[in-house]
Design a protein around this ligand. Structure first.
Ligand code: UDP
Length: 339
């Protein structure tokens, strides 16, 4: 058992999923220290004044040791990672360095300090092209790109650390993170932005000329790819529950965080048109390399082990807040990302 009021170290807490999780945990009265190098994160995404932001690298062991000495963390949530699949193919070492080697350095410090609770951002990309749908945790994990591999390696490392020194971990395999905080204060802002929903928003507002649909000849009902879009606040809730499970002495878990509902690219466009009242300028292009036709979670294990279910399963529940973020005071971009 760990003290649930002890401070938590959250790496990458200024990023998209990290910042929503930080906000939820802070609202639950937990003491949080965020470690983020702000390469892709935004200091403006940390809105709770009681959250301490430390700007630095996960692999800077002197810094991380100093933070452990000061705060005596009993748990770590590790978000910090690179997540551009295409870039991982052309520059794999960057991904293995940042996503695999850096967390090893963090784990070494955790071992030194006897910190044995680790919540890890894993991904449905560890499954590659699924051998069956919906995807359960028993699907074969066979990534088709270095990004997925870099995450799967950490899953293996965590299992070995559990055996060797009792590190208990939760590997949360996210499906497509989407949506934003409904009050529009924090949201999704990547630079470059490659994800579907924000790009559809950018097409609607004229920030880009049109949305290119990657492939219309998939074996899906409307020919476009199907994904499982999970609201970022539901993901945040998954982290809070995983933390509670481990803090209460629960065993390591590996589970999907998805809704179980598949939505096509064309259905996303229709949903954005509905919430915005505008027409999305669209061009139909060829398939994007490496895109599996359909990725949909079976989320039942997370319910069984963590008592977690996605509370939003209608795509309008994701796209609606994303539109609020796009049209709100930040207009979809934190100040540093405004061009
Ligand atoms: N997609 C698209 N146009 C875009 C961006 C994405 O048609 O400008 C498609 C992409 O091919 C995939 C789906 O939207 O089928 C979701 O892509 P995203 O990059 O958001 O997430 P991924 O599933 O690749 O992690």
């Amino acid at each position: 058992m760990t003290d649930s009021h002890a401070p938590i170290l959250i790496t990458g807490g200024a990023g998209y999923i990290g910042s929503h999780t930080v906000r939820l945990l802070a609202s639950q009265g937990r003491k949080i220290v965020v470690l983020d190098n702000l390469v892709f994160g935004h200091d403006q995404a940390i809105i709770d004044p009681q959250v301490e932001l430390v700007v630095g690298e996960v692999g800077d062991q002197a810094l991380v040791r100093a933070l452990f000495e000061k705060h005596q963390f009993q748990a770590v949530i590790h978000f910090a990672a690179y997540a551009y699949v295409g870039e991982s193919v052309t520059n794999p070492l960057k991904y293995y360095q940042n996503n695999t080697a850096e967390p090893i350095k963090l784990l070494q410090v955790m071992q030194e300090f006897g910190c044995k609770v680790f919540v890890f951002s894993s991904t449905c990309a560890t499954y590659g092209v699924p051998d069956k749908l919906p995807i359960t945790e028993t699907n074969i994990q066979k990534p088709i790109n270095p990004y997925g591999n870099s995450k799967l390696m950490v899953e293996s490392i965590l299992a070995d650390c559990d055996t060797a020194w009792g590190l208990r971990s939760a590997c949360l395999r996210y499906f497509n993170a989407s949506g934003c905080s409904p009050d529009g204060l924090i949201g999704e802002d990547h630079n470059p932005e490659t994800h579907l929903i924000p790009r559809v928003m950018m097409a609607v507002t004229g920030e880009i000329e049109y949305l290119e649909v990657f492939g219309t000849d998939y074996e899906t009902p409307d020919g476009t790819c199907i994904r499982d879009y999970i609201h970022v606040e539901d993901l945040a809730d998954g982290h809070a529950r995983a933390l509670d499970h481990l803090a209460a002495g629960g065993a390591s878990v590996r589970c999907n965080l998805g809704t179980g509902v598949g939505v096509s690219v064309k259905e996303i466009i229709t949903a954005v048109e509905k919430v915005s009242g505008k027409t999305v300028p669209v061009k139909y292009g060829p398939r994007r390399e490496g895109d599996p036709p359909s990725l949909v979670a079976d989320p039942s294990l997370a319910k069984e082990l963590l008592g977690w279910v996605a509370t939003r399963t209608n795509i309008l529940d994701m796209v609606g807040p994303a539109w609020i973020w796009t049209t709100g005071p930040n207009a979809g971009h934190y100040p540093a990302n405004k061009s």
